[in-house]
Structures are given as C-alpha cells and as structure tokens.
Design a protein around this ligand. Structure first.
Ligand code: FAD
Length: 401
C-alpha cells in the first residue's frame, strides 16, 4: 500500500468522498457516453462541453483552484480521486483540459489578480474554451526558436506569425500564446506569454484533418493582430519560465486519470475476449498471458507515478522529473497496449457480437490516437533527455532545457 492509500484508508472522509464522486458519475452519465459499451454514440463537442459544465456544477472540476476564482478550493487528493473515478469509466476526453489544467495553473502562478478573476471562472464553467499556442513549424521541441512576434503599438501588442498543432483552436475563445517580444539572439529572455481572444481581427484558423478522422488541432495565422497590453501573463520577456512550467504541468498533473483509464481499457479488452470463444482460447496462450501481465504492470506503474506526484505536492515538494517519467512510461506503454489489442481483437471471429464490434471500434481509435501520444506534450526523446539530465545527472543536452 502506498502512503497515499494508507492515508486514504485511515480517513473515512476520503472513502465517503470517493463514494460520492462515483455515485454522482454513475447517476449522471449521459446515455451513449461510455466507449466500452455497445451503445456508445460518439458525443460531439457541445455534448461533452455540457457534460463538463455539469461536472463542474456538481463540484468535480477546478478542484485545486480557490473558490474566489471559480474553483472548488480543495486539494490534489480530491483532484486525484476524481481523476481515478473518471479514469475507471470510458468517458470522452475533455474539450477544455488545456484551459482547466494547464492555463488555470499558469494563471494561478503568474497571472495578475485581475486576470485570475476575469478568466478562471469561465474556464471551469465551460463558458470559455482555451487553446495553447506554443508550437510553430520550426519550433516544437525547441520552443526557444519561436518566431511569432509581438511588438508594442501604442497601448497594444501587434502580433504576426503562425502556430501549428494548436488543439481546439477552431473552438477556442482564448489562446495563451508564446511570442517573441525581444531580441531573437537572446533565445530564452525575449519570449512572453500573452492572452489572445480568438475572435480578434487578423486571426486565420485552419483545422488539420487527422488520421482518426478528427480535426482536433489547427494551423493558426496571425496577421497584424492587435491585443491589449494587459493580456501579458507575467513579465514581458520572461515568458520562457512560464512556458517551461506549463510543460512540466502538462506532464505531471494534467490528465492524471490516464493510469486508471489504461486499466479500464485492459479490463474491457479481457472481458470482451472472455465472452468470445475464439478469443478466449487466445487469452490462454502463454505469450498473450505474459503480455497482459506486463501491460497491467504498466497500468499500475503509471498510477503509482500519479499517486507519487500527489504525495509530493502534499508535502510541498516539486514533482520535478517524475512528470517526465510518467509521461514517457504512459505514452510508450499505451502504444504497446493499442498494438496488442488490435492484434487480439482482429482475429477472425464468426458472427462477432455487438460488444466485440464496439471494442474493435474503440481500440482502433485508441490505436490511431496513441501514435501522437509519444509526441504531444514533449516527445519521448525530449522526456528521455530531461530524465537523463535531472534524474540521472548525466551531462545536459540542449533538449533538456
Ligand atoms: C495531438 C497533438 C496535439 C498537440 N497540441 C498542441 C497544442 O495544443 N499546442 C501546442 O503548442 N502544441 C501542440 N502540439 C505540438 C507538440 O507539442 C509538438 O508536436 C512537440 O513538442 C514536438 O514538436 P514537433 O512536432 O515540432 O517535432 P520536432 O521538434 O521537429 O521533433 C521531431 C522529432 O525529432 C526529435 N527531436 C527533436 N529535438 C530533439 C533533441 N534535441 N534531441 C533528441 N531528439 C529530438 C523529436 O523527439 C521528434 O521525434 C500537439 C501535438 C500533437 C501530436
């Protein structure tokens, strides 16, 4: 039992809290939302947005943000419990996790009082969807190469340049944009973070069709876009530290449900195979059994990283490179799970059941999506470089900055 679990078992309040979250989710889940059910009906953005709004109203999002800014004013322990219960159910991905988990954290750390009061409540109530405009065609892993420029123009900033891979840009109300405000030769001390309303004149958003048929991310072009000076988050030219902390949040506390969703996927896979005689035989194969054991260990490892991160935050310690360890392990293991599931479910089965057809659809989507998981939020090579530098103390390379 981990420290976290010991504390939880000592505390009846924790068990009550978990039961309340679990009960609320079961009672309020919209029909067709669970992708491990044969009745799954892929919900659209507005349905998910409405679901997330209800989740907030019930007290289950914005967990660690103070009430004054629209959050629940609770701790990462409650945040973890909600994530565990969400992860145990095959729920759709949030359409505003960038706002709820990344932008909110950066505004709490670097934003002015006015920015916090203005922007945070709308994020959790789902009034405003946010996107994160960091990556550019020549600046992905190496964000210090960002070229999109912002120059002072009276009381405003004038922005020119382009971003790529900007998730949800076409649906977003605001973007937290990383821009060059100083001398490009000073790579790390000439970047700033600025809030850009996405309806501003001069913004051209072009969605990119992905391999799974979705258009989650976009190219975004900025042509003489004028933004209020009070949109700067933190100090001018000091956006690099903000960008780095956004990325470490992205790895550590964002989407903490992943280890429990991994377990849900594994359970789903096994239960579908057990119900189909042809697949049940394959489950008994020693190679398949060994692969399943390895994958359930992977799920537990990712869960333990999340629990460790929460324990460290509780003790006021920085999770440091643990977020990179978790992200690397999860994305690589999730690709192995997706590959394994497709091979197993792809066997010829006479007269496949609706449950098997649903599982095939689910794992096909997971397989295609998993291709991007070793890239999003920092590639596996970049995570490895961070671990080599900060965990193992090996000589620092450029990627580990
Ligand atoms: C689904 C998805 C959603 C995304 N959403 C967003 C978003 O909302 N906002 C946003 O700003 N960005 C987003 N991104 C972009 C993501 O952060 C970048 O794809 C990522 O940082 C890698 O940058 P890149 O694609 O330019 O690849 P590159 O940096 O060009 O890297 C290409 C390859 O080279 C390797 N490499 C690069 N540098 C090094 C090095 N120094 N050492 C070793 N290997 C190296 C990389 O590991 C990778 O394998 C998203 C990406 C995906 C796939």
């Amino acid at each position: 039992m981990t420290d976290v679990m010991e504390k939880m078992s000592e505390n009846n309040d924790v068990a009550d809290y978990r039961a309340a979250v679990s009960g609320w989710l079961d009672e309020n889940l919209p029909a067709g939302f669970l992708s491990d059910s044969p009745t799954f009906a892929d919900p659209g953005t507005e349905e998910i947005r409405d679901w997330e709004r209800r989740l907030y109203e019930a007290g289950y999002s914005g967990m660690t943000i103070p009430r004054a800014y629209g959050g629940q004013g609770l701790s990462f322990d409650e945040h973890l419990i909600v994530n565990q219960e969400v992860g145990r159910r095959a729920l759709p991905e949030s359409v505003n996790s960038i706002g709820k988990e990344i932008i909110s954290t950066i505004l709490m750390a670097m934003g002015t009082e006015e920015q916090k009061r203005t922007y945070l409540p709308g994020i959790f109530s789902m009034k405003h969807i946010w996107c994160q405009g960091f990556s550019e065609p020549q600046a992905g892993s190496d964000l210090a190469a960002v070229r999109t420029k912002a120059v002072r123009d009276g009381g405003k900033w004038r922005i020119n340049g382009s971003k790529i891979w900007t998730s949800y840009a076409q649906r977003a109300d605001f973007c937290l944009l990383l821009v060059r405000t100083g001398d490009p030769a000073d790579r790390y001390r000439s970047l700033s973070l600025i809030i850009v309303p996405m309806g501003t004149k001069g913004i051209d958003i072009r969605p990119i069709r992905q391999i799974d048929g979705s258009d989650e991310f976009c190219e975004v072009f900025f042509d003489d876009v004028l933004v209020d000076a009070d949109g700067i988050v933190g100090e001018v030219d000091a956006g690099w530290s903000g960008a780095v902390s956004v990325l470490s949040v992205e790895r550590a506390t964002n989407r903490m449900y992943r280890g429990w969703r991994f377990e849900n996927e594994l359970r789903h896979l096994v239960s579908v195979c057990e119900a189909e005689p042809v697949l049940k035989v394959r489950l008994a194969d020693s190679g398949t059994a060994a692969a399943l054991r390895a994958l359930s260990t992977d799920a537990r490892v990712v869960q333990l990283y999340a629990e460790k991160i929460v324990a460290m935050i509780r003790e006021d310690r920085s999770p440091g490179p643990i977020g990179s360890l978790m992200k690397l392990h999860w994305s690589e293991a999730h690709q192995r799970l997706a590959d394994f599931a497709l091979r197993l479910l792809g066997a010829q089965v006479p007269d496949p059941s609706p449950a098997l057809m649903a599982a095939r659809r689910r794992f096909q989507t997971i397989y295609l999506r998993a291709r991007s998981e070793s890239l999003i939020a920092g590639s596996s090579e970049i995570q490895s470089a961070i671990i080599a530098d900060r965990f193992m103390g090996l000589p620092k390379g450029r990627a580990a900055q």
